[in-house]
Design a binder for this molecule. Structure first.
Ligand SMILES: NC(=O)C1=CN([C@@H]2O[C@H](COP(=O)(O)OP(=O)(O)OC[C@H]3O[C@@H](n4cnc5c(N)ncnc54)[C@H](O)[C@@H]3O)[C@@H](O)[C@H]2O)C=CC1
Ligand SMILES: O=C(O)C1=N[C@H](C(=O)O)C[C@H](O)C1
Length: 250
């Protein structure tokens, strides 16, 4: 059986360099390109890349995906910075390239995906919920893509359950003291040397609290998800948002 021809964009970055090693070590894949900032995307075409693993920056990801989709190259995207406008633009590109698949995964680690799922399941049962994400201080964006998605899923679940807004009597506050408001869910971002990627979802009800916590201790935690996403995206046309769609979670 021929190997899947895979390229990594952002290959010199923290997660990109780990992804290069993971693709090289995968028996069913061949690493055909490892591109960094300034390298030409034409290399993807020249090397016959079938799938790209996109791990760059929010400022670069759209241009890279535009190129990939136009050339029918599938993409697995870990880069953050997604909003409705960007997703709509990507969907328009995909509509013009039927057969091409893009997976956007706010988080590739199985534990983080489960944290999001558990938080979504628990959200309807509790009056209060807040998200705390904790990351290394070199991270460029806040809140994390994972925390943003977690808060959205929680908000949707609360909405479906007919839950009213959360209780909060705060009358005066320093800017930022109550975190960022993501669809009514406060999200707090910690940046601390020594950390990698961590998240807590705190839920509170009458006389009880529930804490759901996940810790990524090494970038290796993201690799099984990246490899799974790469294998699946090539047979899944259109946009898939979230690795959970490629896992048997229900
Ligand atoms: N979904 C997930 O599970 C994970 C997502 N991430 C996300 O991945 C992204 C990268 O994270 P890090 O590796 O920590 O950042 P980083 O800053 O270490 O790496 C980004 C790399 O991309 C390169 N780059 C920028 N523009 C480029 C372009 N046009 N073409 C090729 N390379 C380009 C940069 O020079 C840099 O080497 C961030 O958005 C981060 O939040 C990180 C870890 C896990
Ligand atoms: O920048 C990181 O490191 C990470 N980014 C992703 C995010 O923003 O959620 C995934 C993980 O938290 C690591």
């Amino acid at each position: 059986m021929s190997k899947l021809r895979v390229a990594v964009l952002g290959a010199k970055g923290r997660i990109g360099s780990e992804a290069v090693r993971a693709v090289e070590a995968a028996g069913d894949m061949e690493l055909v390109a490892a591109l960094g900032r300034g390298d030409t995307l034409d290399t993807l075409v020249d090397t016959g890349a079938q799938a790209v693993v996109e791990l760059t920056t929010p400022a670069s990801v759209m241009e890279n995906l535009d190129f990939c989709v136009r050339h029918g190259i599938h993409a697995v995207v870990g880069t953050t910075g997604w909003n409705d406008e960007r997703l709509a633009r990507l969907n328009t590109w995909l509509a013009g390239s039927p057969g091409t698949g893009v997976l956007i995964a706010p988080n590739f680690s199985i534990g983080a995906v489960l944290t999001m799922k558990f938080a979504e399941q628990a959200a309807r049962y509790f009056e209060s919920v807040e998200v705390i994400e904790l990351h290394h201080p070199n991270k460029a964006d806040a809140p994390s893509g994972t925390a943003h998605r977690t808060a959205q899923l929680i908000a949707e679940a609360r909405d479906e359950a007919g839950r009213p807004p959360q209780p909060d009597a705060t009358a005066t506050a320093l800017d930022g003291a109550r975190g960022a408001d993501v669809d009514g869910v406060p999200v707090h971002s910690v940046r601390l040397r020594g950390l990698l990627a961590h998240q807590e979802v705190l839920l509170g009800g009458e006389g009880e609290t529930l804490t759901i916590r996940h810790d990524s201790l090494h970038h290796s935690s993201f690799m099984p998800g990246i490899l799974l996403g790469t294998r699946r995206v090539v047979t899944t046309p259109g946009l898939t948002f979230g690795l959970e769609h490629f896992l048997d979670l229900n």
